[in-house]
Design a protein around this ligand. Sequence first.
Ligand code: HEM
Length: 435
Amino acid sequence: MAKREIATSASKMLMSRAMLRLLMMSGDPVAQLIARRPDTDPYLIYESIREKGDLVRGNIGAFATCDHELASVILRDSTRFGSFAVAKAKPIDTTVYDDRGERLIVPMDDSFLSMDPPDHTRLRRMVAPWFSPRAIRERTATIENMLDELFDDLAEQDQWDAVNDLAVRVPIRVISAFFGIGEEDYERFRRWGGIIGTSVDGIRTMRDLKTFRQMLIEMQDFFGELIERRRREPGDDLVSFMVQAEPEGEPLTWHDMIATCGVLLGAGFETTVNLIGNCVLTVLDHADIRKQLIDDPDLVPNAVEEVLRWDAPVQYLLRVTTQPVTLAGVDIPEDAPVFVVVGGANRDPKVFGDNAQDFDLHRKNSREHLTFGDGIHLCVGAGLARIEAAATLRVLLRRFPDLRLAEGAERRPTRVVRGMTSLPVRDGAIAAATT
Ligand code: HEM
């Protein structure tokens, strides 16, 4: 980025932050959604949006819904509510360039996650077999063995962190296996995944923008080299498959390969870390649920599904209208951002009943949550995330039935991604024996 562009972005950032804060204080529902203080309860904001209507308009010209039916309609209608336009709809231009002036690839904006058909279809079809139910089943045993090894280490400690010592370690190993890379690269993958996870909240400061740019440079170099290595010496990993693939008779471009690697890391890491963290927090915070799960581990998949509904690791998604639309009696102009608040839709009493705000292990329709999206962009890694979380919870409760929350838990300061940055836990049995 040139100096003048940095100065312009910086002043726009300050202006838009100040404006959002003012609108928020005036009770604007969309401003409250995207600029709430991280320590406020998002679910109260979603209920206040619900009270104002099924589809509400904020003063910044953006719309929001917490209604389950509307959320699903919007996510399924990729013709009128595009994903492609999302990257263009950002209030601040966060396009970043490398030192030679080439635009850097931004995985969440440049991959099939933000494409419309036919490009979306072509690229998604290429990776889909790697996430088929069979491919995922084959990974389950590996995940459970890996967890047992991890817990052997943790069993030596009186107290450990369920996010940093456990939740981050599971998806990073699973994703690294897709790329055929080993432990030596875990740390940088973890760092990049964390930066991408924070960036989906919106880049709010110049420091964030600089960190983001540096990460993109490093990531692009890393995946670029990996692609070249796999061209020379193919293995049985996803990158080797990509360099040889010819969806619809055409090989993938370098740009598509880098963006696809980046989105798998970006969409698959931080989300799953937070799902696992939210599962551990919920279970340890509800003694009755913990007991039921220990007595009947077959209930673990229900617990994961209900955590996905009740405390989703992704709280809202963005779409942009490609044409004027009238929905639920509200006129939405073309190019308008529409926030689909899945965290709110997941607690819609019309679908989840009067106890929609409660965690219910035996809820029959938890799976109707929209945490993995809906329509053509429905999360390709949903099955994998479910298995990673269920395996972690099952092995955790088997190995540490007396685990308790300890002091010092910290919540992430982000609004889109919801979870913990730190979740200290201790073994209740050891603590009881030593007191
Ligand atoms: C709890 C964990 C996860 C959550 C909550 C989650 C959530 C989502 C959501 C909401 C979308 C749709 C975004 C939109 O419509 O704008 C999505 C798409 C996607 N997710 Fe996930 N995800 C998770 C795990 C994973 C994993 C483990 C992977 C892969 C390793 C993955 C890869 C993707 C990809 C590639 C897309 C783009 C799909 C498309 O556009 O067709 N996700 N995810």
